[in-house]
Design a protein around this ligand. Structure first.
Ligand code: ATP
Length: 873
C-alpha cells in the first residue's frame, strides 16, 4: 500500500486526479461506480434454512416436534390414522412461518432505520462546498472537517488549525490525538503515529481541517475490521427482559398444571399416551411464546411512526423509555426558537439605538464592517450555506448595508467561537498602516473593555435582553503593532484584553410557532420542561416566559450560581428551577444527574460535542439532526430531523401509545393462557373428562393468539393519553387496571367454557343430538374460540367498546371476525371439523347455547369494567 502520509499535496493530487477545486460531479459518479458507496457491508442475511433451525432454539417448538412425533408413533402403532400428526406438523409449520415473517418485518424496519441514519459531510465538488451523505464520498474528494464531526472516510490532511481527533475506536488510545498536515518522511509507521491522516468513524474533538479522501467503505481501516462491528449482538430491551420473565413464569405454571392434569388422567385410568400428548400440547398452547416478538414488532412500529413526525429513534429501547419521560431539558436556540436569526437592534457609543433598516452614516457602516470581519464566514459569499445562524444574521446585515471590506486587510488568525468561552476573535494585518487589527465579538458579560461607559452599556444591554428578548453580541477592537500566532506571547488573553468597546447588536430569534402549545401539552402530561441555554439570563427568561416555561412557580438560575452550588444542594433545589442561563455544556451532566436522583426519567437535548456525556447519561438523549454535530448524534437515542422541541412531545405520545398497546397485547395473551390452563384442569378434577382435544386447543392458540394480536400495535393513540401522568418506569407491565381486566376475563371466560362443556356433556337440549363427550368438546372449542376473540374488544377498548374508535384499526376488527368465522366454519362443515379437529355436528339449540355463553364474558366484562372505572374516578 502507498504511504499517503509521506506524499505532498501535489503528489496526492496526481495520484487521485484531484485539485484545489475538488473533483467534478461527473467524475464522482464514475468513481462511485468503480469504488462503490462509502458504507460498510452489512452482515450476510441469514438463510431461510438457518432461520428454520433457529426456531428450534425455542422450547415450545421442540415440545411441538416431540408431540408430533409421539402422535405419529401412536398412529403407526395403533393404526388410529395420520390426521393428528399431520395437523400437529401443520400447526408447527404455520407457527414457524408466522414467526419468520414477523422476524423479517422487524429486521426490515431496523435496516430502514439505519439507512436513514447516515451522517452528512461537507465536500468540495466543482469548486463549491456542498453537504452530501457520507455514502456518496469517493477517493479524491476534498472534505472539510470541524469539531464535532465524525470522520467520514480515511483521508490525508492538507490543512488544519488546532485539529484533534479521538481515534480510540481504531488505536485504543483514550486521549485525543493532535494532528498536523506536515508530510511525514518515515516509512512504515503505525497508525497512531500517522499524524497527517484521519480515519473513518473517529471523532473530531477540536479545530478544523481540510483533507483528501484516500479510501472509502470496506477499504478504510475501520472497514477492514467491520466484520467485528457486524458481530455486535442484538439488543434486548428492558421491557423485553421484563416480558421474558412474565413468559417464563406463565410457562412454568402451564407446565406444572399440565403435569397435574396428566396425573389426574392417569388416576382416572385414561390412556397414558393420550394424556401425555394432551399434557405437552396444553403446555405449548398455554405459553405466550410470541409475546417477545410482538413487542419487537410494536416497538419497530413506534420507530416508523416517529420517523413520520420527524424523529429518528436510534435504538428500540428508546421507544419504550419515551413513554416514561417525566423531565425534558431542552436547549433554547434552534430547538425552542426558530434559529432564523436577524439583527433587530444596533447600538454604538455616542449614538442612539437604531434598527437594521434605519439610515447608516459612516460610523454606523464602519461598525457593521468590523462586526462582519469579526465573524468566521466568507464575506464574498452572500449565500453561505454552511455558516451558523448567528454569523448568517451578521452577514445579512453586512450585505443589506452594501458594505465591502477594504483590500488592505488580510486575515491572519482566528480563535474560533466555543460555547465555553462565548466569544471569538479574529486578527487582520493592515498592509497600509503596517499594524494588526484585533476584533473580538461575543457575550457582553464575558468580555472586558478598557474604554467604555459601563453604565450606559448595561442599560442598553438590559433593554435588548429584558424588554425585547434579543440575543446580544458585543464587539471590541484594538490595534497592535506586532503579532505572531506561533508565539505563546500572543495567546487568547493577549488578544481579548484591553479592548475598546465598539458597539452591540441585538439579534431576534423568535420561538417556534407550535412550541407554546407543546410546552402546555407537556405540562398537562405531567412532564416538566426545562430550558438550558448559553444565552444571557434576561434573554432566556424573556423567551421562557413567552413560551410558558417560566410560570411564576419556578425560577431562573445562572451558570455562575450553579457553579457555586454543590451537587447535594443542586439535588435538593433542582425542582425550583426551570431555566438555566449562561451555562456550560458540562453543567447539563449535573442537571441530568440531579433529576435522575429524584427518580425522574430525563430527556436531554444537545447539539455540540461537549453535550455528548449528558446525552449519554440521560434516559433519552436527543440530538439535533440539522444543527447537531455527528458526535452528539452518535451519543443520542433520538435525533430530531427538524430540530423541533414539539417533535419530542409527539415522540413521547408515540412512546406512551406503544407502551399501552404492548400492555393490551400482554393482557390479552396472558388472559388466553390462564383461561386455557383453568378450563383444561377443572373438568379433570371434577372427573368430567378432557374438555377439548389437544388439536382443538392448538388451533385456538394459533388462530386466536397468533392473528389478531399482531394488530394490537396499530391502535391509534388514545385521545387523552397526554393527560395521563408519565408511565412509572418501575411499574409492572400489567398495571392494576389491566390486571383486574385480566382476572375478570379469565374467570368469566373459564366459567362460560366449562358451562358449555357441562351442557354438551350432561344436559339434553336437543332431540337429535344427545349429551356426549364429543358434543361437549365441540361446544367448548367454539365457546373458547369465540369468547377469546371477543375478549380482544373488551381489553383493547378503554372506555367501553361502544365508545372506542374501531375504524382507526380496521385490521384488528377484520382479523378478529375472520378468526371467529374460521372457527365456526370448521365446525359447521362437520366433515372438515371431524377430520381435522375431531368435532361433531351440533344442534341449533347447542349453537344458541354456544353463542349465548360466548357473549357472557363480553357483556359482564364490559359492565364490570365501567363499574371499576367509576370507582377509580
Ligand atoms: P443554546 O444552548 O440554547 O443553543 P445559545 O446558542 O444561545 O444557547 P451559545 O451558542 O453558547 O448559546 O451562545 C452564548 C452566547 O455567546 C450568546 O448569547 C452570544 O452572546 C454569544 N455568541 C453566540 N454565537 C456567537 C458567535 N458566533 N460569535 C460570537 N459570540 C457568539
Amino acid at each position: 500500500m502507498k504511504n499517503y502520509y509521506s506524499m505532498s499535496f501535489d503528489d496526492l493530487s496526481k495520484v487521485f486526479d484531484t485539485g484545489v477545486n475538488g473533483i467534478s460531479n461527473k467524475e464522482a459518479e464514475v468513481r462511485l461506480r468503480k469504488y462503490g458507496f462509502n458504507d460498510y457491508e452489512p452482515p450476510p442475511k441469514e438463510r431461510i434454512i438457518g432461520r428454520i433451525f433457529k426456531q428450534f432454539r425455542d422450547i415450545s417448538m421442540i415440545v411441538l416436534l416431540v408431540a408430533a412425533c409421539i402422535s405419529l408413533i401412536m398412529a403407526l402403532r395403533d393404526g388410529s390414522g395420520f390426521i393428528e400428526p399431520i395437523v400437529i406438523f401443520g400447526i408447527m409449520i404455520m407457527n414457524m412461518s408466522l414467526t419468520i415473517i414477523q422476524e423479517r418485518n422487524a429486521e426490515k424496519a431496523i435496516d430502514e432505520l439505519s439507512e436513514l441514519n447516515t451522517p452528512n459531510c461537507i465536500v468540495l465538488r466543482e469548486n463549491s462546498r456542498v453537504v452530501l451523505s457520507k455514502s456518496q464520498l469517493v477517493p479524491g474528494d476534498i472534505i472539510y472537517l470541524q469539531s464535532g464531526d465524525l470522520v467520514p472516510a480515511d483521508a490525508r490532511l492538507i490543512e488544519c488549525t488546532q485539529f484533534e481527533v479521538d481515534e480510540s475506536s481504531i488505536t485504543g488510545e483514550s486521549e485525543s490525538c493532535e494532528k498536523s498536515s506536515e508530510v511525514i518522511f518515515n516509512e512504515n509507521i503505525p497508525i497512531s503515529e500517522q499524524k497527517n491522516m484521519v480515519f473513518s468513524n473517529c471523532h473530531v474533538t477540536k479545530g478544523k481541517a481540510t483533507a483528501v479522501v484516500i479510501s472509502t467503505g470496506m477499504k478504510t481501516q475501520i472497514g477492514k475490521i467491520a466484520s467485528m462491528l457486524n458481530q455486535s449482538k442484538k439488543e434486548i430491551t428492558p421491557l423485553q427482559k421484563k416480558l421474558n420473565r412474565v413468559v417464563n413464569f406463565v410457562s412454568m405454571i402451564s407446565v406444572a398444571f399440565s403435569a397435574i392434569m396428566f396425573l389426574f388422567g392417569l388416576i382416572r385410568g385414561e390412556n397414558i399416551w393420550n394424556m401425555f400428548l394432551t399434557m405437552i400440547l396444553l403446555s405449548v398452547a398455554a405459553t405466550p411464546e410470541t409475546l417477545s416478538l410482538i413487542v419487537t414488532l410494536s416497538l419497530t412500529r413506534g420507530v416508523k411512526n416517529i420517523v413520520k413526525i420527524h424523529g429518528l429513534v436510534r435504538n428500540l429501547h428508546a421507544v419504550e423509555t419515551l413513554g416514561s419521560v417525566s423531565v425534558i431539558c431542552s436547549d433554547k436556540t434552534g430547538t425552542l426558537t426558530q434559529n432564523r436569526m436577524e439583527v433587530k437592534k444596533i447600538w454604538i457609543e455616542d449614538d442612539e439605538i437604531f434598527g437594521s433598516n434605519d439610515k447608516f452614516n459612516e460610523k454606523r457602516s464602519e461598525f457593521v464592517r468590523k462586526l462582519a470581519m469579526a465573524s468566521n464566514v466568507d464575506l464574498n459569499l452572500e449565500n453561505n450555506t454552511v455558516a451558523n445562524p448567528t454569523e448568517m444574521a451578521i452577514l445579512k446585515l453586512f450585505f443589506n448595508v452594501k458594505e465591502k471590506i477594504e483590500d488592505v486587510y488580510l486575515k491572519v488568525h482566528e480563535v474560533p467561537f466555543t460555547s465555553e468561552r462565548k466569544m471569538m476573535s479574529v486578527v487582520f494585518r493592515n498592509n497600509k498602516e503596517n499594524n494588526f487589527l484585533i476584533l473580538t465579538k461575543g457575550a457582553l458579560d464575558k468580555m472586558s473593555f478598557e474604554e467604555a461607559n459601563t453604565k450606559k452599556i448595561e442599560n442598553v444591554h438590559d433593554d435588548f435582553t429584558k424588554n425585547e428578548a434579543l440575543r446580544v453580541l458585543a464587539l471590541g477592537s484594538k490595534i497592535v503593532e506586532k503579532f505572531d500566532p506561533s508565539s505563546s506571547d500572543f495567546n487568547n488573553s493577549f488578544l481579548e484584553t484591553g479592548l475598546k468597546f465598539e458597539g452591540m447588536v441585538g439579534i431576534f430569534d423568535p420561538p417556534k410557532n407550535d412550541v407554546k402549545i407543546s410546552v402546555e401539552t407537556a405540562r398537562k402530561a405531567g412532564i416538566k420542561v426545562i430550558m438550558i441555554t448559553g444565552d444571557h439570563v434576561n434573554t432566556a427568561s424573556a423567551v421562557a416566559r413567552e413560551i410558558g416555561i417560566l410560570d411564576g412557580v419556578t425560577n431562573v438560575i445562572s451558570g455562575e450560581e450553579l457553579k457555586n452550588m454543590s451537587d447535594e444542594e443542586l439535588y435538593r433545589n433542582i425542582e425550583k428551577y426551570s431555566v438555566y442561563a449562561r451555562v456550560l455544556p458540562e453543567d447539563k451532566y449535573r442537571i441530568v444527574q440531579a433529576w435522575q436522583k429524584h427518580n425522574h426519567v430525563v430527556s436531554m437535548t444537545g447539539d455540540g460535542i461537549n453535550d455528548a456525556p449528558a446525552l449519554k447519561l440521560s434516559d433519552v438523549g436527543v440530538a439535533m439532526g440539522i444543527a447537531g454535530s455527528e458526535v452528539s448524534k452518535n451519543a443520542s437515542d433520538l435525533i430530531l430531523t427538524d430540530d423541533n422541541f414539539s417533535t419530542i412531545i409527539q415522540s413521547v405520545r408515540e412512546g406512551r401509545n406503544i407502551y399501552s398497546s404492548i400492555q393490551k397485547t400482554v393482557c390479552f395473551l396472558i388472559t388466553c393462557c390462564c383461561t386455557e390452563i383453568i378450563i383444561m384442569i377443572v373438568p379433570q378434577i371434577l372427573n368430567w373428562g378432557i374438555l377439548m382435544s389437544p388439536i382443538m386447543l392448538l388451533l385456538i392458540d394459533l388462530l386466536v393468539t397468533g392473528l389478531p394480536s399482531l394488530f394490537f400495535a396499530r391502535e391509534v393513540s388514545e385521545e387523552n393519553i397526554m393527560l395521563n401522568k408519565p408511565i412509572d418506569k418501575n411499574s409492572s407491565i400489567l398495571s392494576r387496571v389491566f390486571l383486574s381486566k385480566l382476572l375478570v376475563q379469565v374467570v368469566l371466560t373459564s366459567i362460560s367454557v366449562i358451562l358449555s362443556f357441562y351442557i354438551g356433556r350432561f344436559i339434553s337440549v336437543s332431540q337429535s343430538v344427545y349429551p356426549d363427550l364429543k358434543v361437549a368438546q365441540t361446544m367448548s372449542f367454539l365457546t373458547l374460540g369465540i369468547s377469546s376473540v371477543l375478549n380482544i374488544f373488551v381489553i383493547v377498548s378503554k372506555s367501553g367498546i361502544l365508545n372506542h374508535n374501531w375504524h382507526t384499526n380496521p385490521k384488528l376488527v377484520i382479523t378478529s371476525f375472520f378468526t371467529m368465522f374460521v372457527l365456526v366454519i370448521m365446525v359447521l362443515f362437520s366433515n372438515l371439523g371431524g377430520v381435522v379437529l375431531g368435532s361433531v355436528s351440533i344442534s341449533f339449540a347447542h349453537w344458541v347455547a354456544v353463542f349465548c355463553l360466548s357473549f357472557v364474558p363480553l357483556f359482564l366484562g364490559e359492565i364490570i369494567k365501567t363499574r371499576l372505572a367509576g370507582v377509580a374516578q
